[in-house]
Design a protein around this ligand. Sequence first.
Ligand SMILES: C[S@@+](CC[C@H](N)C(=O)[O-])C[C@H]1O[C@@H](n2cnc3c(N)ncnc32)[C@H](O)[C@@H]1O
Length: 244
Amino acid sequence: MNPLEFKQALAEHDIHLTDQQMKQFHDYYQFLVQENQKMNLTAITAEPEVYLKHFYDSLTPAFYVPEFKDAISICDVGAGAGFPSLPLKIVFPQLQVTIIDSLNKRIKFLNELAQKLDLTGVSFIHSRAEDFGSKRSEHREQYDMVLARAVARLNVLAELCLPLVKKGGQFVALKASHTEEELTDAQYAIQKLGGQVTQDIAFELPETGDQRHILVITKKRQTPKTYPRKAGVPNKKPLVDREV
Ligand SMILES: C[S@@+](CC[C@H](N)C(=O)[O-])C[C@H]1O[C@@H](n2cnc3c(N)ncnc32)[C@H](O)[C@@H]1O
């Protein structure tokens, strides 16, 4: 998918990019491949692949998750090179975005990238998500929507992300492969953390037909203060891989 095809594909979802937004994606791509030579940011570097598998893929919650249009504050857990939150921020500049990653060099890259692209209203946090959402954290239960793409299995992700979601908000997991087994493994954790799976959206990427899933977990109740556990603390009552 070249940049023009990207623009046309978004128009099919009623998203009409301005020249300035097209330039922001162009500059994003250039800076990503440049910095990727110095640090490990992505295995995908060819321009058409980056536009399809990073940029377009990151925007899919805006196409398929109805609650996305009402979200004001979003948090991206384990953003890596900025996916999915920075493509979303370019397209929806009014979003308040918080990005968390446990690797400082990626946070530094993202900070520089945001300056290059003139993005405002983005906070970059170098932290492990389990500390960021800990029981004394001011960030707990603060976000309309928490997103994560390619970070961990769903049972682990639920424990990292659900404490950050406001009651009534959503945790959105972007997954490549089939999620039925993952979902079964994660049901106990999701329920314990105050969530409920409200949508399991399956679709294919254009051109390649690659399978994608978006799981939407709505926060129905507050997460108990006991979650998430501190990193490294042995699980007395594991949520992970526990039978439902
Ligand atoms: C495979 S990369 C995926 C990056 C990006 N979301 C994407 O889709 O391309 C996973 C990222 O999650 C970060 N990460 C892993 N565990 C984390 C945790 N517990 N808290 C915060 N970041 C974490 C890693 O540093 C890495 O940048």
